[in-house]
Design a protein. Structure first.
Lengths: 102, 479, 629
């Protein structure tokens, strides 16, 4: 089994991260923003896995499990907020929540 | 202890006035006027009865305050400060009288602020420890800002903030200068000191004193105010309530002149002499620019405010010519301007209470329905343009005669301020009181007659018999 | 050497100026509560007391050594080592002025009380007149220049108040303002002169100044030159001479007694008095004396030309006053001090007479002042015509009248004076010619010829006029015989050492000077034929551009308006918001700008924050990478 070079993994992870980040920025719908966040988290996970296999250590996989847990918790909180938001504003448009502007 | 008692007394009665207003309506102004009058009498009698002679700075109280830094509570008086404190008391009574019916909102708090400002001003005129001086300088500033911001006219917040920022920035410079001077004292004697007589005995090299002097100078020039840093004054004067304007023009500006005399000229004679041509030039520009700007105004109070800048230019010019005659002239001008500008601002308040406008374009022909008011307004305008026989003339004449010995060309330009002042004085009087009658108004009430009459009598007394003041400060002239 | 008294030793002189002050205070305090008779009794009584005291003092003065009395009331203030006292100095010169002020002042007050009877502000009017007399008496009696300046400004203020007495009219208000500000320009020059004088000599007392200047300076000394020039600036402002003459014609907006008292008899001659008073100083500056003479001559001619074409009877008299003061200045400049002061006195008599008679006529015609609407008045008001005629022959200086003596005295001194000369002599002669021509024109237009305006028959007019006549008759007597009063001013003008060589003068000078007025009269008799004859043809004033130019005072008003007033107003208007304030407020603007920019970033949009975060990270990474490589 030929190992995938670390560079490729990192390039893939950063592309994935960028896609997620751009999604967060450009999407107005909070649901899609949450999904994009998931993509970003997963891209970081990919980077950890790649790094773990490159150095032949388990730490990377441990971190990935941690991220996975975190992502699950985040989604739970995020979706709860989303429901609240929908109830209050009848909309998922994040820009309507700019009450805290300077 | 006199001064300390008066200051504490003023503060206590201010607080009393604040709370008593809640219990009984209109009690605050009675408390205020009785206290001020009482302390006035108290001050005068104790000055007369005391065996001390005030020909030079005479220490009254000296107590340690912040021991670790050798900051002291030191109070001293000489004739200069006594004259200015007497002026403060006199104008304090005028201030309370002009507010008598003008203030209808938060009366108690208003009189508290008024009395606190008086206390601060008296502190400024008598503090001999520079840290204490700075403390009083700030004490006087805060209630003044409150007076403008709470009881002022339509644009009061802006004016109050402008006033506050100008004074704060300049007093920060002064604070830096004070600390620098204290450290210099430390480096020379091994002991920190803020005590004025200690500083007088220091021998500050010119390279250092030049900068320290400048720090003080800028602070006081802003307060005076002098030409490039004058612009807080028209706004503050215009927006302040009548008593605020009277207080600002009558006394607060004098703290600037007092500071120039005591802390710039006496402390740093060498550096000040070096700086004198620039200061004199600023004085002349203030005179001419103030007069020209006053002519351009259509707002009664703004016009008077610019005329104050013009008059204070004479003081600046006179002080920095280092000449005994000019110095006497400067002090007379201080007193005279205190009275005449207070009078004009009271007049503005009286007109405002009748017409609810300060705009000269909306006035005219008021003389026919209010002849007494017109007569007094003419007299006060005449004082402002230096009619001989009224106090301002003596001050301006002596200032210019004295300054002419030192800066002939500058004084020739300054003299054209006499034409400028005639122009704005005439414009002010004629646009208000002459021309076709715009409205019928009520003539002066008894209270207003007392205000105008007492100010006018003072102006005439000092105009015809200025020796009343001179006899006290001939000894303290500049060498 | 001088008899100095304290207040108690000479209370008559000390109190002399203060009776009218007391009356002023009473009148202004009680104002409309006083009836006409009370107010006029107070004001006239006060001036009467002053006049009486003046007469007593003049009598006492004869007994004094050196004919000088000074009385010190109190010490005003001290300038350095020089004491400035409130003290009065009476010598021959100031006693002449004092008599003129209080005497003519009294007559004019009596006239004014009748003239202004129906005015609702009668008390106020009399109060100002009294205050004016106070200031004027202080001016002439002052023993130092600062007190003189007090009187000087005081009369300026009263002049302002009285010109603008009917302040409801916009034009009067502006005339008052103009008079005050224009004279103030002169006063400023004078103030600078005082500063120079003090710094040069260290004294401000008039006697000391004259003496010290004579002792310590040579003729032609530079300080003397400048000081004299600056004092001359004050004098031209007050006396309405070139170049500050423009205020006087407008000042005619005031009630006629005011024009007579202030703008003919007394205040406008204050400049002449000042120069005469400071003769010791002026003698040291022969160049300035020449300027004085030439300024006087120019004013004389300019005002004469302007008077020729005026349509308003009071403005003719105003320009005539200007030109007569020009004669006085000419005399002073030529060193003929006594002649100048003499002319001042006689002029006060006959010009007051002219103004007051004109006032009567104007009152009778219901405030009609236009000459072209008068005419034929001699039939309706024969007595007034006679009085006016007396005034005019004095003005024209027909032999035997007071004007003749004084004007001839001036003209006689000009030819050989070191500071005047033949050129100025000719100016004076041409001036005399102009005087007689405009006087004739005035008389023909107003009193001869036909009635050019439909007059309402008013019966009360006769009564009113007869009440006004008494002071006029006094003045007429003074004008006719005032020339016989011998003024002995030799004690004042001791310094007049320049002995005038009359021997070298051509012999035709006197005959020419005496016949000049007659030439003018004969010329006008034919030239203004249509004015004096009852032709039936309507007379209209000429409207050519040149005449208009002359009528407006030869364009000085326009010149000053466009060169001084307009730029000043423009400057004021442009910079009304205070450029310095604007510059300082730029700081505030700058801070507000940052405030707006930064608070715009805090827009509460999550995506915006996230983007900023991302951008920040990228930048940080860029910096790190850039820093490492």
């Amino acid at each position: 089994m030929t190992a995938i070079p670390l560079e490729h993994v990192l390039i893939f992870a950063s592309i994935l991260f960028s896609i997620g980040f751009i999604g967060v920025i450009v999407r107005k719908n909070t649901l899609f923003m949450l999904m994009s966040l998931e993509v970003m988290l997963n891209s970081v996970g990919v980077a950890f896995i790649g790094a773990g296999s490159a150095w032949q250590q388990a730490d990377g996989q441990v971190m990935f499990i941690l991220i996975l847990t975190l992502a699950a918790a985040e989604v739970a909180v995020g979706l709860a907020l989303l429901i609240q938001m929908h109830q209050r504003f009848q909309s998922l448009n994040i820009d309507k929540l700019n009450k805290m502007r300077g | 202890m006199i001064i300390t008692i008066i200051m504490i007394g003023l503060l206590i009665s201010g607080t009393l006035a604040w709370f008593s207003e809640g219990i009984k309506v209109n009690s605050a102004r009675w408390i205020a006027i009785y206290t001020v009058f009482g302390f006035f009498v108290f001050f005068v009698t104790s000055i007369i009865l005391t065996p001390l002679s005030f020909n030079e700075l005479t220490l009254l109280t000296r107590l340690p305050w912040i021991d670790s830094l050798h900051i002291e509570y030191a109070i001293a008086l000489d004739y200069l400060s006594i004259i200015l404190i007497l002026l403060t008391f006199f104008l304090a009574i005028i201030c309370i009288l002009v507010s008598w019916q003008e203030i209808t909102d938060k009366k108690g708090f208003y009189y508290f602020n008024l009395l606190a400002t008086f206390a601060g001003i008296i502190g400024v005129f008598s503090a001999t420890d520079l840290f204490l001086f700075f403390f009083f300088w700030e004490v006087m500033l805060l209630p003044m800002t409150a007076l403008i911001a709470i009881w002022g006219h339509e644009n009061r917040y802006f004016a109050a903030i402008k006033f506050f920022i100008f004074t704060q920035i300049s007093s920060l410079l002064m604070l830096v200068a004070i600390i620098a001077m204290a450290y210099f004292h430390y480096s020379q004697t091994g002991r920190m000191s803020f005590f004025y007589p200690d500083w007088l005995s220091l021998n500050v090299p010119i390279e250092i004193s030049r900068y320290i002097m400048l720090g003080f100078f800028i602070a006081f020039a802003v307060k005076l105010p002098s030409f490039p840093v004058h612009s807080w004054l028209p706004d503050a004067h215009t927006q302040a309530p009548t008593a605020g304007s009277v207080l600002l023009a009558g006394v607060l500006l004098k703290t600037g002149a007092y500071g120039l005399i005591r802390f710039v000229i006496f402390l740093f004679p060498q550096a000040a002499t070096e700086f004198a041509p620039i200061a004199a030039l600023l004085g002349v520009i203030s005179i001419l620019y103030g007069a020209k700007m006053a002519f351009a105004q259509t707002d009664f109070k703004r016009l008077v405010a610019y005329s104050s800048i013009s008059h204070m230019g004479f003081v600046m010019l006179a002080l920095f010519s280092f000449n005994t005659i000019a110095y006497q002239g400067a002090i007379i001008t201080l007193v005279a301007h205190g009275l005449s500008s207070a009078a004009l601002f009271s007049m503005a308040g009286m007109i405002y209470s009748r017409l609810h406008t300060r705009d000269l374009n909306n006035m005219g022909g008021l003389w026919s329905s209010a002849p007494r008011m017109g007569g007094f307004a003419l007299a006060f305008a005449a004082a402002a343009f230096g009619l001989p026989g009224l106090a301002n003339f003596v001050g301006e004449f002596l200032s210019l005669v004295g300054a002419y010995q030192v800066f002939p060309v500058t004084v020739i330009f300054a003299t054209f301020g006499l034409v400028g002042s005639a122009i704005y004085g005439m414009v002010l009087f004629q646009r208000c009181f002459q021309g076709p009658a715009s409205e019928e108004i009520v003539d002066l009430s008894a209270r207003e007659l007392v205000i105008s009459g007492s100010l006018f009598i003072m102006l005439v007394i000092f105009g015809l018999y200025p020796n009343l003041l001179f006899s006290y400060f001939t000894q303290i002239g500049i060498n | 050497m001088i008899n100095s008294y304290s207040f108690f030793e000479s209370p008559i002189l000390a109190l002399l100026p203060f009776y009218p002050l007391l009356s002023f205070l009473l009148l202004i305090t009680f104002a409309k509560r006083l009836s006409w008779s009370q107010a006029s009794f107070l004001s006239i009584g006060a001036i009467g007391l002053s006049a009486l005291s003046s007469a007593v003092m003049v009598y006492q003065l004869q007994d004094q050594d050196f004919q000088i009395i000074t009385v010190t009331l109190w010490s005003w203030f001290s300038v350095g080592n020089a004491q400035v006292n409130v003290s009065f100095y009476l010598d021959a010169l100031s006693s002449v002025m004092m008599m003129v002020v209080s005497g003519v002042g009294l007559l004019i007050h009596i006239y004014a009380a009748a003239y202004m009877k129906t005015d609702e502000n009668f008390s106020r009017f009399m109060a100002y007149m009294n205050l004016f007399i106070v200031a004027m008496l202080i001016l002439v009696l002052a023993d130092n220049l600062v007190l003189l300046y007090l009187g000087w400004e005081g009369v300026g203020l009263c002049s302002f108040l009285l010109i603008g007495f009917w302040y409801q009219e916009k034009a009067n208000v502006l005339a008052a303002r103009k008079a005050f500000i224009v004279t103030r320009i002169g006063d400023t020059a004078m103030a600078i002169g005082l500063f120079m004088l003090f710094s040069a000599l260290g004294v401000l007392n008039i006697v000391d100044v004259n003496q010290m200047a004579q002792n310590s300076w040579q003729v032609g000394n530079e300080s003397a030159y400048w000081i004299a020039l600056l004092l001359l600036g004050g004098a031209v402002g007050k006396s309405a001479q070139l170049p500050l003459q423009t205020w006087l014609p407008d000042a005619m907006a005031g009630p006629t007694p005011v024009s007579a008292l202030i703008h003919a008899a007394t205040m406008v001659t204050a400049g002449v008095y000042l120069i005469a008073r400071m003769n010791g100083l002026f003698l040291l500056a022969p160049e300035v004396m020449q300027y004085v003479a030439w300024l006087g001559a120019f004013t004389l001619l300019l005002a004469g030309v302007a008077a020729l074409v005026q349509t308003d009877i009071k403005r003719v008299l105003a320009y005539s006053t200007m030109s007569q003061i020009g004669y006085m200045m000419l005399a002073l400049g030529a060193g003929a001090w006594s002649a100048g002061v003499f002319h001042l006195m006689t002029h006060a008599f006959f010009k007051a007479l002219l103004f007051l008679t004109a006032g009567s006529v104007i009152l009778a015609l219901h405030h009609q002042q236009n000459l072209f609407k008068m005419g034929g008045l001699s039939k309706r008001f024969p007595i007034e015509t006679g009085l006016f005629f007396i005034g005019l022959i004095c003005l024209v200086a027909l032999p035997g009248t007071s004007g003749f003596f004084s004007k001839e005295a001036i003209i006689a001194e000009l030819w050989s004076s070191p500071t005047a000369g033949a050129g100025l002599w000719w100016c004076a002669i041409i001036g005399a010619l102009l005087t007689s021509i405009y006087s004739c024109r005035l008389f023909f237009l107003a009193f001869l010829g036909q009635n050019r305006e439909e007059m309402h028959k008013n019966d009360s007019v006769g009564d009113e006029l007869s009440r006004l006549r008494l002071p006029l008759i006094f003045l007429a007597v003074l004008s006719l015989f005032g020339g016989l009063i011998s003024l002995d001013l030799s004690s004042v003008f001791i310094a007049n050492t320049s002995i005038i060589e009359h021997s070298k003068e051509p012999s035709w000078l006197h005959p020419v000077a005496i016949t000049t007025p007659f030439i003018g009269i004969v010329f006008s008799w034919f030239y203004f034929k249509q004015y004096r004859r009852n032709t039936g043809k309507p007379i209209v004033e000429s409207q050519t551009a040149f005449v208009k130019f002359c009528r407006n005072g030869l364009g000085f008003d326009t010149l000053y308006y466009s060169c001084l007033v307009r730029p000043y107003c423009w400057l004021a208007k442009v910079n009304r918001l205070d450029i310095i304030d604007q510059i300082i407020m730029l700081n505030a603007w700058y801070i507000t700008l940052w405030h707006d920019a930064l608070s715009a970033l805090q827009n509460g949009k999550l995506r915006w924050y996230a983007a900023a975060l991302g951008l920040g990270v990228v930048c940080l990474a860029g910096v790190l990478i850039g820093g490492n490589s």
